[in-house]
Design a protein around this ligand. Structure first.
Ligand code: IPE
Ligand code: IPE
Ligand code: MG
Length: 247
């Protein structure tokens, strides 16, 4: 798609009806690489470039929250070589992009247990959170060692602990309170969930939060996910009629 066509697409977006929170399951890096007879890690490297592009595009649109699924609790099943490469790419991304992210007033948040990450990526991530903690234009919420089931069980344990401590009463537990115990406690539920790569599943991503999220699937592999697909997803979203169970 040419530059003019992309701008035309962008112009069609209704800024009064922008999704406040977009979540993306960044998938298809390995298959993108395989199609080119490249190692899977090349797909991850190219995928990282799309993270740069999409963070910039969403921030420019004025989207307030962007959640990106980068590494799941199940991704530890992959060969060590691939996990190491993914961690290196994460470190490279933060080292290269942190100044720009900070300058663009983006706040980095993490969902997932980062205490289980190797030391170097963990330190980089902690540095990024600390540096950007007072930023206010967009929240970039990254899923790292994130899994919904893990998150929900962790929340239940924390709720039980607070009940035992007398901080809350069992009868206080409701949908709102439960949300406050999730990693996303300060973040509204996603309005739009994007999954590229052709897979029609959620792979343990934000299961509690996406109860009423609009889903958008595409066959495009993540390394090919240029900004025009973001605009297409938003335009489709704007045609949807969200009823939340009403009429
Ligand atoms: C997404 O791409 C990146 C991560 C899950 C870390 P994949 O590596 O899952 O690529 P495919 O799905 O095998 O093509
Ligand atoms: C989901 O992709 C996880 C991330 C994008 C980080 P996967 O490639 O791990 O999911 P499955 O295995 O296809 O369900
Ligand atoms: Mg995959």
């Amino acid at each position: 798609m040419g530059k003019d066509e992309i701008l035309e697409l962008k112009d069609k977006i209704d800024f009064q009806n922008l999704p406040k929170h977009i979540a993306i399951i960044m998938d298809g890096n390995g298959r993108w690489a395989k199609d080119r007879s490249l190692p899977r890690t090349s797909g991850h490297q190219e995928g990282m470039k799309r993270v740069v592009d999409i963070v910039e595009a969403t921030n420019n649109l004025g989207v307030e929250y962007l959640s990106l699924y980068a590494f799941s609790t199940e991704n530890w099943k992959r060969p060590k070589k691939e996990i190491d490469a993914l961690m290196k790419i994460l470190v490279f991304y933060i080292r290269n992009e942190l100044d720009k992210i900070h300058k663009n007033n983006i706040k980095i948040k993490i969902m997932g247990d980062i205490s289980l990450l190797p030391k170097v990526p963990r330190k980089e991530v902690e540095k990024a959170i600390e540096k950007t903690k007072n930023n206010s234009k967009m929240v970039l919420n990254i899923g790292l060692n994130y899994g919904s089931r893990d998150e929900i069980i962790r929340s239940i344990k924390n709720i039980l602990e607070d009940v035992n401590l007398g901080k809350i009463d069992k009868d206080d537990i409701n949908v709102e309170l439960f949300s406050k115990y999730l990693y996303t406690k300060d973040i509204p539920d996603p309005d739009l969930l994007i999954r590229p790569s052709g897979e029609l599943r959620l792979s343990n991503f934000m299961l509690y939060q996406i109860a009423y999220t609009e889903l958008w699937f595409s066959d495009i592999y993540w390394p090919d996910f240029k900004e025009e697909y973001l605009y297409k997803a938003i335009l489709d979203y704007q045609k949807r009629n969200r009823r939340f169970g009403g009429i």
